[in-house]
Unconditional design. Structure first.
Length: 121
């Protein structure tokens, strides 16, 4: 049986199982297929489909078995989220730059229009 908490995208064939014990809370995300998940000490099991996620309980054995060709993303959520956040920020900055500088012409003048009174002198 392959290890579950290996910080990677795991492909699991029908009937194949992976297991592991998380050392900290870690999110498992099903990216393809259907899986059955059981956690040591919990009386009920879980069926997860593509798009579903489960946060692993530290210190407990978790077993995941594929019902169909499946993929589970076990990469650390922080690393994945940081990459997504950086891409979102880059897109936002790019869009802002286009809105501010790409499609508009800003005209400015350095002339000052004021009258000087006796207090100016």
């Amino acid at each position: 049986m392959r290890g579950l908490f290996t910080n990677q995208l795991l492909s699991i064939q029908p009937g194949e199982a992976v297991s592991g014990i998380a050392s900290r809370p870690q999110t498992l995300r099903v990216t393809r297929g259907n899986v059955w998940l059981t956690v040591e000490g919990i009386k009920h099991d879980y069926w997860l489909s593509a798009g579903d996620s489960f946060t692993a309980i530290p210190g407990r054995l978790i077993v995941v078995e594929a019902d169909t060709d499946s993929s589970i993303d076990t990469r650390r959520a922080g690393a994945v989220q940081a990459k997504q956040a950086a891409q979102t920020m880059a897109n936002w900055i790019s869009g802002l730059g286009q809105r501010l500088f790409g499609h508009a012409t800003v005209q400015t003048s350095l002339k000052r229009h004021r009258t000087c009174s006796d207090a100016c002198c």
